[in-house]
Design a protein around this ligand. Structure first.
Ligand SMILES: Nc1ncnc2c1ncn2[C@@H]1O[C@H](COP(=O)(O)OP(=O)(O)OP(=O)(O)O)[C@@H](O)[C@H]1O
Length: 564
C-alpha cells in the first residue's frame, strides 16, 4: 500500500522486535516447566544459570517490546504528519465545492476518523496482532518439542474458540451495515431535532422531529437486541473455551488421566498446563484486533483516494482587464447543468447585477470568477488570460469577493481586515467607514483589537460589512458580492449601495442579489434562468424583453405589496 510505504522499514523492524519480545516472554514459562519437571522426576534441579537466563529473557522481552512500541509510535508520528500535511495541501487546492457543504463531512471523516484509525493500526494494532500470532505459534512449537499429543490437545481450545468466533461473525457484514445505518439515522434525527428546537419552543411541537429521533433510537435498540441475541451465545462460547484457567484445567485433567495410563511424562503435563493457555488465550482479543486491522486498511484506502483527487493547479502570470465567461458549462453532479453555455463580459467599470431565481446558477458564476472551481467546459478569462494561467495571489489581488457566509476568523478585527498584512491604520479606517461599520467596531471592547468570537461577537449584518471593508481594502479591479448584504438592514443597505456605486466608478462591481431595489439600481443587469443567460440590459430594457426578469420583478412587487 503506497500510503504506508514510507514507514514500511521501521514497521518491519518494530514487528521483528515484537516477535522477539513474544518469544523471550515464553522463557520464564519454559524455565518454570523445566524446574517443576525436574523436581517431579526427582532429578537434579537445573542450574541457577537457567534462572538468570529467564530473568534476562524477561528483561530482554520488556526492552524489545518497549523499543518496538517506540519505533511504531515514531513511524506513526511521521506518517500522521505526512498525511496531515498532504491532506492540508489537497484541501487547500481542491475545487471548493468538493470540500465545502456535503464535501466537508468527507473531510471530517478523512482528517479525523481515518487518520485516527490509521494511528491505531500503525502504532498499536500491528504490534498487538504480532503478539497474538507469535505467542500461540511459539507455544505450540515449544509443546511439540515436549510432547506432540499435548501440543495437539492445547490446540483444541484454539480451534473451538476460532470456530465459535466465526459462527458469531456469520452474517456480520449485514449486521455491521445495519449498525452503521441505524447509528447514522440517530445522528441525522438528533441534528434535525436540535436544529428545530428554537421553533419548537416558540411554536410548540417539533414537526415530528422528536418522534423521528425516538423512532430512530427504538429502531437501533430493536436491531441491536436481536443482533446481540443472535451472536451473544457464540461470542460468549468463543471467550469461554479459550479462558486460560479452563484450558489449564482441561489439560491438567487429560494429562492426569494420561499419567495414570502412562501415556505422558509428568514434566510434559506440567509444560502443557503452563504453555497451553498461552496457545489459545489470544483468541479472546483477536476479534477486536482484526476489526481494527480492517478499519485501519479501509482508512488507508479512503485517505489514499482523497489524496489522489484532482486539485486546482495555478499558473504564474499576471493579468488585467475585463472578466469574461466564455461558453462556460458546469455540472456539480455530472447530470444537471448548473451553468449551461454561459458567455458574458463584465465591463471594466460599472455596477453590474446578476439576477435570477433561486438555483439559477448565480453563485456558480461567482465561484467561477473566484476560481473556486474550474468549468467542465469553456473558459473564464481575466483580460483575455485564462484564470488557470494566472498566479493564485495575483488573481485575488485583481478580484475581491464578499459572501453571505462571511468566513471571519477567530482573530482580532484588524487581523480579519488585513489578513495580518501591514496596512496603515488610516486606510483601514477609510475602508470600514465606507462599509459603514467603523463606529460599531470602535464600540467593541478593544476596538480594532477586539478578538471576534472571544471578546465580543458581531451581528450578521456587521460581519457582512466587515467583509465588505476587507474587500475594499484590497482595492481589486473587480469586486464580486454574492448575497453579501443580505443580513444588512434596508437603510444601511441603501447607504452601502451608494458606496458600491462610488466603487464602480473605478472598477467592476458585480452584485448577486435577490433584492430587486439593489438589482434595479445597476448599470447592467445579467439574468440567469436554469443555468442559461436569459437576458442582459438595464432594468427598463429587461422588463420589455426578458420574461424571466419580468417574473422576478413581478414576484418582488407582489411580496412588497403583501408586506404593506
Ligand atoms: N456544491 C454543490 N453541489 C451540488 N450541486 C450544487 C452545489 N452548489 C450548487 N449546486 C446546484 O447548482 C445549481 C445552481 O446553484 P447556485 O447556488 O449557483 O444557484 P443560485 O442562483 O446562486 O441559487 P440561490 O439564489 O438560491 O443562492 C442548483 O441546482 C444547485 O442545487
Amino acid at each position: 500500500m503506497d500510503l504506508l510505504r514510507p514507514v514500511r522499514a521501521p514497521l518491519t523492524a518494530a514487528v521483528a522486535l515484537q516477535t522477539l519480545a513474544g518469544l523471550l516472554a515464553l522463557a520464564p514459562l519454559l524455565a518454570l516447566s523445566s524446574f517443576t519437571g525436574a523436581w517431579i522426576d526427582h532429578e537434579p534441579l537445573p542450574q541457577g544459570a537457567l534462572v538468570v537466563s529467564a530473568v534476562i529473557a524477561v528483561l530482554g522481552a520488556a526492552v524489545a517490546a518497549a523499543l518496538a512500541t517506540w519505533i511504531a509510535h515514531r513511524a506513526d508520528a511521521n506518517l500522521t504528519w505526512r498525511i496531515q500535511t498532504d491532506l492540508a495541501r489537497v484541501v487547500r487546492r481542491a475545487p471548493l465545492p468538493t470540500v465545502t457543504g456535503a464535501g466537508a463531512a468527507r473531510i471530517k471523516k478523512v482528517v479525523q476518523d481515518d487518520t485516527a484509525a490509521l494511528h491505531y493500526l500503525v502504532a498499536h494494532t500491528l504490534l498487538d496482532v504480532t503478539g497474538l500470532v507469535v505467542t500461540p505459534v511459539a507455544g505450540i512449537v515449544a509443546l511439540l518439542a515436549v510432547d506432540w499429543r499435548l501440543a495437539l490437545i492445547s490446540v483444541v481450545p484454539l480451534v473451538l474458540g476460532v470456530a465459535f468466533y466465526l459462527r458469531a461473525l456469520r452474517g456480520s457484514g449485514a449486521g455491521f451495515a445495519e449498525f452503521g445505518r441505524t447509528q447514522q439515522q440517530i445522528g441525522a434525527a438528533v441534528v434535525d431535532y436540535v436544529h428545530g428546537l428554537p421553533s419548537a419552543k416558540v411554536y410548540g411541537g417539533a414537526g415530528g422531529a422528536r418522534e423521528r429521533y425516538l423512532a430512530a433510537v427504538n429502531d437501533f435498540h430493536d436491531f441491536f437486541r436481536s443482533w446481540s441475541k443472535g451472536t451473544s451465545t457464540a461470542t460468549t462460547a468463543s471467550w469461554l473455551v479459550v479462558a486460560p484457567g479452563l484450558t489449564a484445567a482441561g489439560i491438567a485433567l487429560i494429562g492426569g488421566i494420561g499419567l495414570e495410563h502412562g501415556w505422558f511424562e509428568a514434566r510434559a503435563v506440567v509444560a502443557g498446563v503452563l504453555l497451553g493457555p498461552a496457545v489459545s488465550a489470544p483468541v479472546a482479543v483477536g476479534g477486536p484486533r482484526l476489526q481494527a486491522v480492517r478499519s485501519g486498511l479501509a482508512a488507508a484506502t479512503s485517505v489514499r483516494d482523497f489524496l489522489a483527487q484532482p486539485t486546482l493547479t495555478w499558473g504564474t502570470t499576471d493579468a488585467h482587464g475585463p472578466l469574461r465567461l466564455e461558453n462556460v458549462t458546469h455540472h456539480y453532479d455530472g447530470e444537471h447543468a448548473a451553468l449551461d453555455d454561459v458567455s458574458f463580459t463584465l465591463p471594466e467599470r460599472g455596477l453590474v447585477a446578476l439576477a435570477g431565481a433561486s438555483g439559477s446558477g448565480k453563485s456558480t458564476v461567482a465561484a467561477m470568477l473566484a476560481r473556486f472551481t474550474d468549468p467542465d467546459s469553456g473558459r473564464v478569462l481575466l483580460g483575455g488570460t485564462d484564470l488557470r494561467e494566472i498566479g493564485e495571489d495575483r488573481l485575488y489581488e485583481r478580484v475581491g469577493l464578499v459572501f453571505q457566509d462571511t468566513g471571519l476568523r477567530r482573530a482580532s478585527v484588524i487581523d480579519n481586515l488585513t489578513g495580518g498584512r501591514p496596512v496603515p491604520r488610516e486606510q483601514v479606517v477609510e475602508a470600514t467607514r465606507r462599509a459603514g461599520v467603523h463606529d460599531e467596531i470602535m464600540a467593541l471592547p478593544g476596538g480594532y483589537d477586539c478578538v471576534l468570537g472571544q471578546e465580543a461577537d458581531l451581528s450578521g449584518g456587521q460581519r457582512q460589512r466587515v467583509c465588505l471593508a476587507r474587500a475594499l481594502l484590497r482595492s481589486p479591479g473587480a469586486l464580486v458580492l454574492d448575497e453579501a448584504l443580505s443580513a444588512v438592514d434596508p437603510t444601511t443597505a441603501a447607504g452601502l449601495v451608494e458606496t458600491l456605486r462610488e466603487q464602480a466608478r473605478e472598477r467592476t462591481v458585480l452584485v448577486i442579489s435577490h433584492q430587486m431595489p439593489v438589482v434595479r439600481s445597476a448599470d447592467l443587469i445579467l439574468v440567469l434562468q436554469d443555468g442559461r443567460l436569459a437576458g442582459r440590459g438595464t432594468h427598463a430594457d429587461l422588463l420589455e424583453t426578458c420574461p424571466a426578469y419580468r417574473a422576478l420583478h413581478e414576484s418582488s412587487e407582489t411580496i412588497a405589496g403583501s408586506q404593506i
